[in-house]
Design a protein around this ligand. Structure first.
Ligand SMILES: [Zn+2]
Ligand SMILES: [Zn+2]
Length: 299
């Protein structure tokens, strides 16, 4: 986070906002700046990526599913907009620790004898480490004593859209992001790589809510994609993972996505539309205009 903050200080805060007497390493100034930068960054990332995904990836036919709620997109967005500032409060306390040098984040690839190999290995270990912790945290959030208080709001959306990706109770949102913050306090990680991974995990979170269930055949057994996560929203006790199916397989909670067997929400919507059309046809298509409209909708 110090990379982002030093850019913000250099181009904006120092010349235009704060008095010259307030040093850049003052902890109150750092806290205020982190609050602004973190919230702004979270909103920009959420709205930019979720909007792109909603218009260019998300299959809008899913909105005809009977479990798609009235005004759902608006409600997902409003829930997220209200939650993000609360999530940012505990988050910035961790960013502050990073900023003040308590993490193992480093600047120079040359800090390690085999710097580039270490860099690649850290990306792989970051993904596996955070996937494992998110799995257990998410599974814990489904415990009956916790679920209804913290995690239930995220399961209101049975047929999620990309805008549901960050629609969490603040405690839920923070807990599920905690593994990303813990990693650089336990393992050395390059600052630029960390920033890249942080953006990437947020984009991934959006992508598993985008209703696009395509995964390359060869990766299907390993990747926890949108098809898996949509089944998690519908059936609750399966597919808690984030990127991989590994921990669901180890933990006995893996479910082969219903969409891969032609029984997912897309097929349901299609059959529903065909059913409507057939019933009109069976009734002799009393109104030709109505029949044509239904047929176009089905197509
Ligand atoms: Zn869940
Ligand atoms: Zn979800």
């Amino acid at each position: 986070m110090d990379l982002v903050l030093s850019v913000a200080d250099h181009y904006f805060f120092t010349p235009y906002v704060y008095p010259a007497s307030w040093p850049e390493d003052n902890i109150v100034r750092q806290t205020v700046s982190l609050l602004i930068v973190t919230n702004l960054g979270a909103y920009v990332l959420y709205f930019f990526c979720a909007t792109l995904s909603y218009y260019f990836v998300y299959d809008h036919s899913l909105m005809k599913h009977p479990q798609f709620l009235k005004n759902q997109v608006y409600r997902e967005i409003m829930f997220t907009v209200k939650s993000l500032p609360w999530i940012s409060i505990p988050t910035i306390s961790l960013f502050l620790l990073e900023l003040r040098g308590y993490s193992k984040l480093y600047d120079d690839v040359g800090d390690f004898p085999s710097g580039w190999i270490h860099l690649v290995a850290s990306v792989v270990s970051f993904l596996f480490f955070t996937d494992m912790l998110i799995y257990w945290i998410h599974r814990g959030l489904h415990h009956r004593l916790v679920y209804k208080h913290i995690h239930k709001p995220h399961h209101v959306w049975k047929i999620p859209t990309p805008f549901a990706s960050h629609a969490f109770h603040p405690v839920d949102g923070f807990l599920q992001s905690l593994p990303y913050h813990i990693y650089p306090f336990v393992f050395p990680l390059h600052k630029v790589v960390y920033l890249g991974l942080y953006v990437l995990v947020n984009v991934w979170t959006i992508s598993i809510h985008d209703g696009d269930f395509r995964v390359p055949q060869v990766l299907r057994p390993f990747i926890n994609g949108s098809a898996h996560h949509t089944d998690h929203h519908i059936y609750f006790d399966y597919n808690y993972g984030q990127y991989f199916t590994l921990w669901d397989r180890i933990g006995g909670s893996f479910k082969h996505p219903s969409s891969f067997e032609g029984k997912g929400p897309h097929s349901y919507v299609r059959k529903m539309a065909e059913g409507e059309f057939n019933s009109l046809a069976e009734n002799g298509c009393k109104s030709e205009k109505l029949c044509n409209a239904e047929f176009a909708k089905t197509k």
